[in-house]
Design a protein around this ligand. Structure first.
Ligand code: NBG
Length: 797
C-alpha cells in the first residue's frame, strides 16, 4: 500500500512495547488485546501530538481567523485506524503487530465506536473536522462528551431493544482532560438592572470541563482539536452535613444532577424532544464554547470589533442557536458594547446550517421553560426580535410567538449566512420554511452541498479499491478527489475492468463470510447486494423497500422457473426509542425476512437480512460490498443524505428519487448510471391533494395490493395475525409519505436494475463510472465552499 511513512515497522514495534510497559503497566506475556490496542493507540497518539502542537503554534503565530464548529453531535466512530491511515502508518503498524504475534485487524477492531451522534448530521460533523485538518484550517469542533452515546440496538423476537452504550467504560486513548479549561455556567435565577446594565444572577451552577481530542488530517500535515465538554458539579454541591447525618444518597444528589447534563445523547433523529434537559444541554455546550472562544480571542486581540474578522462560529442546525443571544449577552451585558453593535458583531461571526425541513425538527421552546432556565436570554431574544421588526417594518415573521421561541427563525436572524446542504434542499428552504426571511434577506441563504472524507470512506474502508486507483492515477486523488475523473479512460480497458470487478467480488465475499459467521445467514456472494442503511424513518421509506421485497417474493413463488436475478436485501438502522411506527417497520422486516429466507422455492433468488446495531464501523464494512444503494425517500424530505455519496464513491449504483443530493449525484454520474424513479417534490405536493391517492395507486397495481394484503393478513406474523394491520392501513390510507403512490414506479425501476445486473460487464462499467465521477462529493470541496462563502477564512498549509 501507500508507503511514505515517517516511522518504520521496527520503530513502531518499539513504541508499542514502550507504551505497553510504561503506559499500560503490562508486560507482553500478560497483555490483553485491549492492552495492545491501547499501547498502539498511544504510539500513534505520540505522532499525532507532535503535529498537533506544531499546528496550534502556527495558528497562534499567524493570529489567523479560526473556525469553530458547534455541534451537538460528532459521530466519529473508531479513531485508531483513522490516525494510522492519515499518518500513512498502517502498513508499519500491521507489520509490527504481526511480528508481535497479534492479529492487526482484531487489535484495531477492539476499539469501541465513539457514537456521539445519531446519523447524518453527526457524521457530517466528523467528516468536516477531518477535512478542516486536511486543508490546514485553524479550527475547533465543540460538542458534548456524552458518557453514553447512541444506544445499542439488539433484536428480541425481531423487535428493537435498546441497551445503553458505554464507550467510556473502556479506556479511551485519544482525549486529554484539560483541568485548566473549565467554566462555571448558570441556569435560572433572576435579572436585575444595576447602573443601567442588566445583571443575570443564576440560581444553579455547573462546571463545564474540557476534554480535547486531536483530529489529524491527511498525511499528518495539520491537526485540529475536537473539544468536548463534560458537566461537573460546581464547588459546594457535595453536602457534607447530610452525609455526616447518614443521608449518603441525598448528599450526592446535587452532584448527580450536575453530571446529568452530559450523561446521554438524545436518541432522536430529526425530532425535537421538548425536554428541559435538552435545552440545558444546548445552553451548556454553547455557552462553554463561547466563553472559550472569547477567552482565546481576547488573548490575541484587544479590539472587540475585530470579532467577525477573527472568529467564525458555525451552528450545526439549531441545537446551538442560543449562541446568538448568549454572544449578545456577553458583548452587551458583560463588556458594555451597545446592544445594536453587539448584535451586528455577533451576526458577523455566526453562520447557521439548516439540515432538515421536517416541521417537527425545527426546534421551538416553550416560553415557560426558557424563562425558567434562561431568563436574561429571553429578554435579549425579545430585543433582537424588536430590532428586526424595526429594520423590516413589513415583516410577516417573528422569532417570538405567544408562548414560544422559534429557534430556526432566531438562528436565521442572528447569522450572516444561512445554508442548506444540497441544491434542492437550499431551494426548498427559500420557498418553504424560510420564504419570508429570504425575502427580507435575499443574500443570506447559500448552498453548500454535503460531502464525505475520502480518507475514511475509501482509503480506509476499501483499501483494495484505493490501491487500484492509486496504481492507475497516482495518489493525488486523496487530497483532490476530482482527479478520480482520470479513471474514466480506464473504465473501458478490459484488464482494468477485471481488476475493478475482482475487488468488488472480494469485498462481497468478505461480507458474506462475516454475515455467515456473525449472523448465521448464508448469502450468495454472486447475488446483487442491495443495501439500505440509515436511520429508520417513514420519510426514508424502508417500508417501501420491504413491500417491494414481499411483492417480489410473491412473484417468484408464482413463477419459480423463471430466470430471476438473485438478490440479497440488506437493511440496517436504528429507530428512535419512542418512534413506534419505525420500530414496527423493523419488526416487519425481521418477520418477513424469516418467512422469505426459509422459503425453499424462492430463497436461491431472494434473501432479506436486517443487521443489528448500525454504526460507523458497520457502514465501513457494508458500503464497499454494495452493488445497489437504496436512496428512496419521499422527494422533498431528505435534506441531502451522505450515505448516498459513500456508496457511489465505492462503486454502487443508486436506485433513488429526486431528493436531496441524489439530484446532484445523478448529474455527476450521468442519468444512464443511476436508477431514477418516483415523484418529484412538486409532484409529491400535488399528489397529496388528491383524495384517496393511496387507494387509487393500489387499485391500479395488483402486485402492490397483494403485498399489502400479506402484511395485513398475518403472513409474516402467524402467531399474531393483526400485528402489522396498522402498517397496511397506513400505506393504504393517509399514506403521507406516498409509499403506495411511488410503488409501481419503484417496482419498474427495480426490474430495470435486475436486467442491468445480469450484464455483469455493463454493470461493473456503470459502477466504475460512479466511482470515477464522485470526486465532487469530497468534504474537502464542501469545506472550501464554506471557507469562501460563509467563514471567509484561510488555510495555513
Ligand atoms: C440530516 C438530514 C440528512 C443530511 C444530514 C447532514 C438531521 C437533522 N438532518 O439528509 O436528514 O444528510 O442532516 O446534513 O439530522
Amino acid at each position: 500500500m501507500l508507503k511514505t511513512t515517517p516511522a518504520d515497522a521496527r520503530e513502531m514495534r518499539e513504541a508499542i512495547l514502550h507504551h505497553l510497559i510504561y503506559s499500560m503497566g503490562k508486560d507482553a506475556d500478560h497483555a490483553t488485546r485491549q492492552d495492545w490496542r491501547m499501547a498502539l493507540s498511544y504510539a500513534v497518539r505520540d505522532q499525532i501530538t507532535d503535529r498537533w502542537f506544531a499546528s496550534t503554534r502556527k495558528s497562534y503565530e499567524a493570529k489567523a481567523k479560526r473556525v469553530y464548529y458547534l455541534s451537538m453531535e460528532f459521530l466519529i466512530g473508531r479513531l485508531l485506524e483513522d490516525g494510522l491511515v492519515n499518518l500513512r502508518m498502517l502498513d508499519d503498524a500491521t507489520e509490527a503487530l504481526t511480528a508481535l504475534g497479534l492479529d492487526p485487524s482484531e487489535v484495531i477492531a477492539d476499539e469501541p465506536d465513539a457514537a456521539l451522534g445519531n446519523g447524518g448530521l453527526g457524521r457530517l460533523a466528523a467528516c468536516f473536522l477531518e477535512s478542516l485538518s486536511t486543508l490546514g484550517v485553524p479550527a475547533l469542533g465543540y460538542g458534548i462528551r456524552y458518557e453514553h452515546g447512541l444506544f445499542q440496538q439488539k433484536f428480541k423476537d425481531g423487535r428493537q431493544v435498546e441497551t445503553p452504550e458505554t464507550w467510556l467504560q473502556q479506556p479511551h486513548a485519544w482525549e486529554f482532560a484539560r483541568a485548566e479549561a473549565s467554566y462555571r455556567l448558570g441556569f435560572g435565577g433572576s435579572v436585575t438592572v444595576r447602573d443601567g446594565r442588566s445583571v443575570w444572577t443564576p440560581d444553579e451552577a455547573v462546571l463545564a470541563a474540557a476534554y480535547d481530542t486531536p483530529v489529524i488530517g491527511w498525511q499528518g500535515r495539520w491537526a485540529n482539536t475536537l473539544r468536548l465538554w463534560s458537566s461537573k458539579p460546581a464547588n459546594g454541591s457535595f453536602n457534607l452535613d447530610r452525609f455526616n447525618a447518614g443521608d449518603y444518597v441525598g448528599a450526592t444528589a446535587p452532584e448527580a444532577e450536575a453530571r446529568t447534563i452530559s450523561r446521554v445523547l438524545y436518541p432522536d433523529d430529526s425530532t425535537e424532544t421538548g425536554k428541559v434537559l435538552r435545552l440545558k444541554q444546548e445552553y451548556f455546550f454553547t455557552a462553554a464554547s463561547l466563553r472559550d472562544i472569547m477567552r482565546r480571542f481576547e488573548n490575541e486581540h484587544a479590539d472587540l470589533s475585530l470579532l467577525p474578522k477573527k472568529v467564525a462560529v458555525q451552528l450545526n442546525d439549531t441545537h446551538p442557536a442560543i449562541a446568538g443571544p448568549e454572544l449578545v449577552r456577553i458583548l452587551h451585558d458583560e463588556k458594555g458594547v451597545p446592544f445594536d453593535d453587539a448584535m451586528e458583531l455577533a451576526r458577523g461571526a455566526l453562520g447557521y446550517t439548516n439540515h432538515t425541513l421536517l416541521p417537527e425538527a425545527l426546534e421551538r421552546w416553550s416560553e415557560d421553560i426558557f424563562h425558567r432556565l434562561l431568563p436574561r436570554h429571553l429578554q435579549i431574544i425579545d430585543r433582537i426580535d424588536d430590532a428586526h421588526a424595526k429594520a423590516h417594518p413589513d415583516r410577516k415573521v417573528t422569532i417570538r410567538e405567544p408562548g414560544t421561541v422559534k429557534m430556526g427563525e432566531l438562528s436565521f436572524v442572528m447569522a450572516h449566512r444561512v445554508n442548506g446542504v444540497s441544491a434542492l434542499h437550499t431551494g426548498l428552504m427559500k420557498t418553504t420554511v424560510f420564504k419570508e426571511l429570504d425575502r427580507l434577506h435575499p443574500d443570506r441563504i447559500v448552498n453548500q452541498t454535503n460531502g464525505v472524507t475520502p480518507r475514511r470512506w475509501m482509503l480506509s474502508c476499501n483499501p483494495s479499491l484505493a490501491e487500484l486507483i492509486t496504481t492507475t492515477i497516482g495518489d493525488g486523488w486523496l487530497s483532490d478527489l476530482e482527479r478520480l475523473s482520470e479513471l474514466e479512460p480506464h473504465v473501458t480497458d478490459p484488464e482494468w475492468a477485471r481488476s475493478f470487478t475482482a475487488i468488488k467480488h472480494a469485498n462481497k465475499a468478505e461480507l458474506a463470510d462475516w454475515i455467515a459467521a456473525e449472523h448465521g445467514v448464508e448469502v450468495n456472494p454472486a447475488a446483487m447486494f442491495d443495501v439500505q442503511i440509515k436511520r429508520m424513518h417513514e420519510y426514508k421509506r424502508q417500508h417501501l423497500n420491504i413491500l417491494e421485497a414481499i411483492a417480489l417474493w410473491q412473484e417468484i413463488r408464482d413463477n419459480p422457473d423463471d430466470d430471476w436475478t438473485p438478490r440479497v436485501k440488506i437493511f440496517a438502522g436504528k429507530a428512535a426509542p419512542g418512534y413506534f411506527f419505525a420500530k414496527d417497520i423493523i419488526r416487519l422486516i425481521n418477520d418477513a425476512s424469516r418467512v422469505i429466507n426459509d422459503d425453499p422455492v424462492t430463497n436461491k433468488y431472494l434473501k432479506v437480512i436486517f443487521l443489528p446495531n448500525y454504526n460507523v464501523s458497520l457502514a465501513e464494512r457494508l458500503i464497499p460490498a454494495a452493488d445497489l444503494s437504496e436512496q428512496i425517500s419521499t422527494a422533498g424530505k431528505e435534506a441531502s443524505g451522505t450515505g448516498n455519496m459513500k456508496f457511489a464513491l465505492n462503486g454502487a449504483l443508486t436506485i433513488g428519487t429526486l431528493d436531496g443530493a441524489n439530484v446532484e449525484i445523478r448529474e455527476q454520474v450521468g442519468p444512464e448510471n443511476f436508477f431514477l424513479f418516483g415523484m418529484t417534490a412538486d409532484e409529491v405536493e400535488a399528489r397529496r391533494r388528491i383524495d384517496g391517492h393511496a387507494a387509487q395507486a393500489i387499485a391500479a397495481d395488483p402486485r402492490l395490493a397483494r403485498a399489502i394484503a400479506a402484511v395485513r393478513d398475518g403472513t409474516f406474523s402467524p402467531t399474531e395475525p393483526g400485528r402489522y394491520a396498522h402498517i397496511a392501513d397506513n400505506v393504504a390510507g393517509a399514506d403521507y409519505f406516498l409509499v403506495s403512490s411511488d410503488f409501481s414506479d419503484y417496482w419498474r425501476a427495480q426490474r430495470a436494475v435486475d436486467a442491468a445486473f445480469r450484464d455483469q460487464d455493463g454493470w461493473m462499467r456503470m459502477a466504475a463510472l460512479n466511482t470515477a465521477r464522485s470526486g465532487w462529493f469530497s468534504s474537502d470541496r464542501t469545506i472550501r465552499g464554506y471557507l469562501r462563502d460563509v467563514w471567509e477564512a484561510e488555510t495555513l498549509v
